[in-house]
Design a protein around this ligand. Structure first.
Ligand code: SF4
Length: 421
């Protein structure tokens, strides 16, 4: 019951937060003189095969368009430098960023040339774990490689249309095992609570992860937008939240304490690994078509239409489509959500950021989540309890679902989208 209320409230709040103002002139804030550590998010929206459950901004790979896109991405990076921005880390997400490895390597070289980059994370798919690609990624100073596995279950992989293109569960597990130690952090990106997935399937996934001693595992619940729901039902069966809590408990039971919590759904073996960027960075710029950025209280989205994106950047303009200026209350609540997703909320740090306003915004949340035993005050900070972690899985599921719904909306409306997929 409590979890349903949390989910309902979060859904309402995040749906409202992701309503961008079509009348607001799209803009990003000035770079500022003493900004917090910022991340450069680069989006590469091309995939060789489109998975039915996916709500990211992605299109079928076309080589010529993709090359022109990477060229525009490099120009957009330089535009941010001209505006005085600087970044300490890069996250390249997709889509499939490694779809043209030499273009990716050139883009990372430009970004490293422009900014004092300390860490680079790149997403990839299992079929791209070739020797040539791995060498290019290592030469490009990639520290964290996140591999989209989803599940090792061949039946599920076939229903997701991933088996043929990305390999069987056994092949993927073997590749991951061979890669141990090659990067500072090798992350296996997993999904739980697929329709038709049962507890035995999940246990086999956990057996394999334990056997291959995966260094880091991100295990998040299936999150589908309203528009992809039909496709998911057709391909995979009815979506139900009924098993989510049981499955999450099983994941935690099997992975902890060999792994520590990097976030409510990210598990790392060592203390020094690079975690999810929304936990590690308060602010990030979103570059590439359909990227979403968050800089100094302004949330913004780039155009989702790839030719329009390339055209705008080639004219020397930021390809902004919509912005939303967060109120102080929105900003405090965003930090509250993300910091506790990472496990703890340091009050002193947040009070310095929002002098005199913190408790006025958060008192009710702090009281209610303490009352239901989801957070605990240590004298310095609030920490998620074991029970609270699942509450945060629900909240983050709803947060990303709201983002996915926003993406669907943008593809079909604001600023135009690509051909529906
Ligand atoms: S899940 Fe990954 S590979 Fe599949 S369509 Fe989405 S971005 Fe592409």
């Amino acid at each position: 019951m409590i979890h349903r209320v949390i989910g309902y409230r979060a859904r309402q709040e995040f749906a409202a937060a992701m309503r961008f103002d079509e009348k607001e002139h799209p803009q990003i804030p000035p770079a500022g003189t003493a900004p917090p550590p910022r991340l450069l998010y680069l989006h590469v929206p091309f995939c060789e095969r489109l998975c039915p459950y996916c709500s990211f901004n992605r299109v079928v790979f076309e080589e010529d368009l993709c090359r022109r896109y990477f060229d525009a991405l490099r120009k957009e990076i330089r535009l941010y430098r001209e505006l005085g921005y600087t970044f300490g880390g890069i996250y390249v997400g997709g889509g499939t960023p490694t779809v043209l490895i030499e273009e990716l390597a050139e883009t990372l070289a430009v970004a490293r040339d422009c900014f004092p980059i300390r860490e680079i994370s790149v997403e990839t798919n299992p079929n791209h774990l070739t020797e040539k690609n791995l060498l290019r990624l290592r030469d490009s100073h990639v520290n964290r490689l996140s591999v989209g596995v989803q599940s090792f279950d061949d039946g599920l992989l076939k229903r997701m249309d991933r088996y043929e293109k990305y390999g069987s569960g056994e092949t993927i597990a073997r590749r991951l095992k061979e890669l141990r130690g090659v990067f500072d952090t090798l992350n296996a990106d997993m999904i739980f609570n697929f329709p038709s997935q049962d507890l035995d399937m999940l246990k086999r996934d956990l057996d394999i992860l334990t056997d291959i001693e995966a260094e880091q595992v991100t295990f998040y619940p299936l999150m589908i937008s309203d528009m992809t729901r039909r496709k998911v039902v057709d391909a995979l069966g009815n979506v139900s939240g009924g098993n989510e809590k049981r499955f999450y408990r099983e994941i935690v039971r099997r992975l902890v304490p060999a792994y520590r919590f990097s976030s409510a759904w990210c598990f790392s073996r060592k203390g020094t690994m690079i975690d999810e960027y929304i936990v590690d960075y308060d602010e990030y710029a979103g570059l590439g078509s359909g990227s979403i950025g968050y800089l100094n209280g302004i949330c913004y989205a780039n155009t989702f239409h790839i030719p329009a994106y390339i055209d705008q950047v080639n004219r020397g303009r930021l390809p902004l489509m919509a912005t939303r200026t967060f109120s102080l209350r929105d900003r405090v609540r965003y930090d509250f959500l993300m910091r506790l997703f990472g496990g703890s909320l340091n009050l002193k740090g947040l009070e310095e950021k929002y002098p005199g306003r913190l408790y006025r915004v958060l008192w009710l949340d702090l009281a209610l989540f303490s009352l239901i035993g989801a957070i605990r005050y240590t004298g310095e900070d609030y920490r998620l309890t074991d029970q609270g972690r699942y509450a945060w899985v629900i909240m983050m599921r709803e947060f990303f679902t709201a983002v996915n719904n926003f993406r669907d909306f943008c593809r079909g409306g604001l600023g135009g989208g690509n051909t529906p997929v």
